[in-house]
Design a protein around this ligand. Sequence first.
Ligand code: DAK
Length: 253
Amino acid sequence: MIEEAPRPGVVLLRLNRPDALNALNMEIRRELAEILARLVDDPAVRVVVVTGDDKAFAAGADIKAMAEASPTEMHRRGLHRLWAAVAEFRKPMIAAVRGFALGGGCELALHADIIVAGRGAKFGLPEVRVGIMPGAGGTQRLVRAVGKYKAMKLLMTGEQIDGETAERWGLASEVVDDDAVLERALELATRIAAGPAVALEHIKETVLLGADLPLQSALALERRSFQLLFDTDDQREGMAAFIERRKPAFKGE
Ligand code: DAK
């Protein structure tokens, strides 16, 4: 994993296993989990952008490393604990997807809050082609993103879709030319990094938790989060700046 700090408040994580199309082995998974656990507690870090290279975001779990594994061995690896670090990352996360985002790679992108896809991106959940099924939320997050009938088609056939299709289906926030993906993701990250950090965390938590709650409970959650933000300096700054007709200078407090 390559970790860079390209813009103020923005950390860029590049999956870096080009010989295997960034397939997720234990080393990459552990590294990603450890880095995210550190970044989540670093107040200087506001937004994380995850990317791969021009050929692949990530072509999935490393098939060669699990072909011979027993159920006990898969249990022992505790992959769900490593994925939890991604799922529980409470700050904004953007996936910048070029090339293959398959299987666990697509599931990693599905953990992001915003997906910027290149036109040549290839999204898919091809686990069925190697005799298994998604294990890191693919059956759940994909259906929530694109609906049952499109999700089932991808899950049951293992077919890939390109960036334009992903955007049309609601699996990508935006589609841009492949060579513009990273710049666009960083542009969005920079804008978000200058925003009110506490409000951003509450937005993320409320959207994600609220999606699985009955509407009245979700609205109550939204109400509480909304009220809590009146305890932040950024709320006072944001509203004062509006009234004084100037740009707000958020401090994340
Ligand atoms: N694993 C290991 N190696 C991979 C790989 C993968 N997923 N994908 C590609 N590679 C390697 C290839 O073996 C090849 O290595 P060498 O033979 O050169 O040593 C190199 O990357 C280049 O790949 P290709 O030669 O195949 O390149 P092509 O352009 O011809 O084809 C492709 C690109 C992406 C269509 C093809 O490589 C492909 O079909 N790859 C496999 C894609 C796939 O099936 N992905 C899903 C894997 S299953 C879990 C949670 C999640 C998961 C598991 C457990 N728990 C919580 C328990 C997730 C499961 C999966 O993701």
